[in-house]
Design a protein. Structure first.
Length: 510
């Protein structure tokens, strides 16, 4: 093996910044949109692939409801071993009343759902978003210790606008995350035209807003500039999650401002991509009533919509009402009910009925889990039943729900056509590309200068040549295979064409 350490080190310093072409030895960065496989991949059957998780990737920064800077992160699940050049992307949004929750909480439905879809060949992003809303200025008898956990002291909003504003901020953040992910489609082998979004509880409200709220005239009035929020009542807990940690705020007049929240697209990662999605999944969430009065659901571009709900949900009502009404009104144990200031929301049942009644309804499916409604005549016993069953506010049987959702989205995810003509805005479409990423034991490199039989070398970033051989495949789309396990990591692949050498960064998974 001939040492080429100086060349490799030189290329390594350039990989993330430039592209060069010369007649002798060009060094080409893989930044073009990846080519699509000529055959359809199955995205329905479970457990096809193992996957890696890139944790805590920062996709942006923004200010939360009190003006504190929030670093926005996501975890990225990438399947290993798929031959797809352009994989579907699923963006998942956790729940938590727009106060709590985290992208990597193992007790939520988001993490197991991410694993289910990564195993089907999806790239999956589990995202954090800005949380928090201003609290009420007086509550007669707040729910709290010793009867209730202290977190209940944070459940009293200043007014209904605060909940809508929190939902809107979450929508803006997730749209920014989608644009960020689309911009790095080559790095993650993503099809920018096959993006789906889903969420549970509060995250489901966010997901539906991402998929449906796309016109300036759909912006809720609550998200315009409003008078300052009142100072929170001293007996309440002015806390929320900030970067997955509970944070308590001491407020003053400067932290109570309620400015206009900006455009429906947000202003995060405005990079030439839009935040459009072709499918949205609602797990026990819904939409505010403005979605109906301002007609969020319209047009041929309405995403394929999946709706899951347990029909007796005690937190987000299946049909219509204020969140928490069932528990807050009937099971408060003498505390002041906390649902009074929440806005009226439409649950999955009402959303499904509305969609079905449209003259030209969008593609939709319901996955409803029947259960007995709360019987107020025996409220004490019913409160115990709800307490023992998670208030029926969870994703029952995640593998089954994943199977239903994957089957519903399958025709969209499997279709090889949508990505054929897609290019990254402002980018040279002739640049070489590599897939899959991460790889297991082979990659396909697409470049018009390459042919089967061209020699290749695979290098560690310290300059050691680890593998060499010759390519097979087809002209312009060569297959590079290596034998023996390689440790997970980043490598440098050089393919020597008849006139040009192509140098690409290659990610290898476990």
């Amino acid at each position: 093996m001939q040492p080429v350490t100086p060349i490799v080190r030189y290329v390594t310093t350039l990989l993330d910044t430039i592209v060069m072409r010369t007649p002798i030895l060009p060094f080409l960065l893989v930044t073009g949109l990846l080519p699509r496989s000529s055959h359809a991949q199955d995205h329905v059957n479970p457990g096809q692939f193992t996957f890696t998780v890139d944790s805590g990737l920062v996709y942006g920064w923004d200010t939360n409801y009190v003006g504190a800077i929030d670093t926005l992160r996501l975890d990225l699940y990438k399947p290993i071993g798929t031959s797809e050049a352009h994989r579907p992307l699923l963006v998942l949004v956790h729940g938590g009343t727009w106060l709590g929750g985290c992208r990597n909480d193992p007790s939520s439905g988001v993490v197991p759902l991410a694993r289910e879809f990564a195993g089907r060949g999806y790239v999956v992003a589990s995202v954090d978003y800005r949380l928090g809303w201003h609290k009420d200025d007086f509550v007669q008898t707040p729910a709290g210790p010793p009867i209730w956990p202290d977190g209940y002291l944070a459940l009293y909003p200043a007014d209904s606008a605060e909940i809508k504003r929190a939902l809107y901020r979450g929508m803006q953040d997730v749209k920014g995350a989608i644009r960020w992910l689309k911009a790095r489609a080559d790095q993650d082998s993503i099809c920018t035209d096959k993006v789906f979004v889903g969420g549970e509880s509060a995250g489901a409200f966010v997901a539906l807003a991402v998929g449906l709220l796309d016109r300036p005239d759909e912006k809720p009035e609550a998200c315009m500039a409003l008078p300052d929020a009142p100072p929170p009542y001293s007996a309440l807990l002015n806390a929320t999650e900030l970067e997955c940690q509970r944070t308590t705020y001491t407020v003053d007049s400067t932290t109570l401002h309620r400015p206009d929240l900006g455009p429906v697209a947000g202003d995060l990662n405005l990079n030439g991509f839009d935040a459009s999605v072709i499918g949205v999944a609602d797990f026990f969430g819904g939409m505010p009533y403005e979605a109906f009065t301002q007609d969020w659901i319209q047009g041929v571009d309405t995403p394929a919509t999946y709706l899951y709900h347990q029909t007796c949900d005690g937190i987000v009502l299946f049909h219509s009402g204020k969140p928490y009404t069932t528990l807050s009104a009937n099971c408060n144990l003498g505390a002041t009910p906390w649902h009074y200031q929440y806005p009226t929301m439409k649950g999955s049942g009402r959303v499904a009925a509305y969609l079905a009644a449209l003259t030209d309804p969008p593609v939709m499916t319901t996955d409803l889990d029947p259960c007995d409604p709360f019987d107020t005549n025996i409220a004490l016993f019913e409160c115990l039943r709800y307490a023992n069953n998670g208030s029926y506010h969870f994703m029952a049987n995640v593998p089954l729900r994943a199977a239903h959702l994957a089957a519903f989205w399958g025709p969209l995810a499997d279709d090889p056509a949508p990505c054929l003509g897609t290019v990254i805005p402002g980018q040279d479409s002739d640049r070489p590309s590599i897939h899959p990423q991460p790889a297991l034991d082979h990659v396909v490199v697409r470049s018009g200068s390459l042919r089967p039989g061209d020699p290749f070398s695979l290098f560690a970033l310290d300059g050691r040549e680890l593998r060499r051989g010759t390519c097979n495949g087809a002209p312009g789309e060569v297959r590079v295979e290596w034998y023996g396990d390689l440790p997970p990591g980043t490598y440098l692949l050089i393919v020597h064409g008849p006139r040009l050498a192509v140098v690409v960064k290659c990610l290898v998974g476990p």
